[in-house]
Design a binder for this molecule. Structure first.
Ligand code: AHM
Ligand code: MG
Length: 326
């Protein structure tokens, strides 16, 4: 199935957000502003990613070279940029990030929202000029506004997300997000400094022919996953795996396919993080008509027990995910 092109294609992200906000009589505009802050951070990361090779900001992160210095690893820079944008925006009370061990309380007395993020996903691809991404989830805080942020605020199930999305720094930079009413994609025009609606009301094909898994770990996979891979080969499906989750996910969202990062012998819970990577993509996938599971149950129903919890991840076209779980 092709992505539908709606009549509003071409409007800027800003206008789109405003239009959506007007659909809700009591919307305060805070979530809208937060989405704008994320888009701004995305533009800054786009700039850094595109000049990384010139600025010597690829490569290893030196221990002395922390917090705002010029020669930093790009994922640390992305983390700093995002935190700054969200802190300045004022809507967020706390951030939990794949790059930080602990909850980052922004001491923002009025902030109602929590952001979970992987500021730059696809670490192994950063230095080799291959697509990378940012993944984010937005939750409403559970504890009273103005009080100290609690574990309960940051360990909410994915089903509680009020919005989720990703930025893909690929041949174009894109922002794809959902607020629980479908999925829309925006492409960045660097010459104008604006995101424009390019993929309205995105729907993932119900079935597909692409499977994305690191087959190098084939021998350490559970027999069920091995059998699923064999069945893909029997059907002469196409294998596509970049090793950047956002890029692999985005391709499958557009073309139909399945992404699997399963449990392996070495890593029984898989590699990907529930809070920073899987919840956001699970919400987007479901909103686009697909599925996301840990191989047995729905990702969005998993109660996180710790911030950096890992989970096996199966996501993509509905029929393929169902088949992989049999
Ligand atoms: P990262 O958060 O350290 O970048 O790791 C997550 C990445 C995903 O983007 C990607 O799908 C996966 O790790 C690739 O892992 P592997 O190299 O084991 O296949
Ligand atoms: Mg990651």
């Amino acid at each position: 199935m092709q992505t539908k092109l709606a009549t509003s294609v071409g409007i800027t992200l800003d206008r789109f957000i405003k239009k959506k906000q007007n659909d809700f009589a009591f919307a305060s505009g805070e979530l809208s502003q937060l989405l704008r802050d994320i888009a701004l951070a995305g533009k800054i990361i786009h700039r850094e990613v595109n000049r990384a090779g010139l600025l010597n900001i690829g490569g290893a992160y030196g221990t002395e070279n922390i917090q705002g210095e010029e020669q930093q690893k790009l994922d640390v820079i992305a983390n700093i940029r995002f935190i700054r944008a969200l802190k300045n925006g004022g809507e967020v009370c706390a951030i939990v990030s794949e790059e930080d061990d602990e909850i980052l309380d922004l001491n923002n007395k009025d902030g109602r929202y929590i952001v979970s993020m992987d500021p730059l996903d696809g670490s192994s691809n950063i230095d080799v000029n291959v697509s990378i991404g940012t993944i984010f989830s937005i939750f409403r805080r559970v504890s009273p506004v103005g009080s100290k942020v609690t574990d309960e605020d940051v360990l909410q199930k994915g089903s509680e997300q009020v919005a989720a999305g990703y930025l893909l720094y690929g041949s174009s930079t894109m922002l794809v997000y959902t607020t629980g009413r479908g999925v829309n994609g925006f492409t960045y025009d660097p010459s104008l400094g604006e995101f424009f609606l390019s993929h309205a009301d995105m729907r993932i094909p119900e079935d597909g022919k692409i499977y994305s898994i690191n087959e190098g770990s084939y021998r350490s996979l559970q027999p069920k996953v091995q059998q699923y891979i064999e069945s893909c080969k029997d059907k002469k499906y196409t294998a596509r795996y970049i090793g950047s989750l956002v890029a692999d996910f985005h391709r499958n969202l557009l073309k139909g396919g399945i992404y699997i990062y399963p449990s392996t012998e070495k890593a029984p819970d898989g590699k990907l993080r529930l809070n920073y990577e899987c919840n956001a993509l699970a919400m987007i996938c479901e909103q686009a008509g697909g599925l996301a599971t840990d191989g047995e149950k729905r990702i969005l129903d998993i109660q996180p027990k710790s911030l950096h919890q890992r989970v096996p991840f199966y996501t993509g076209s509905k029929k393929m995910v169902e088949e992989s779980m049999k």
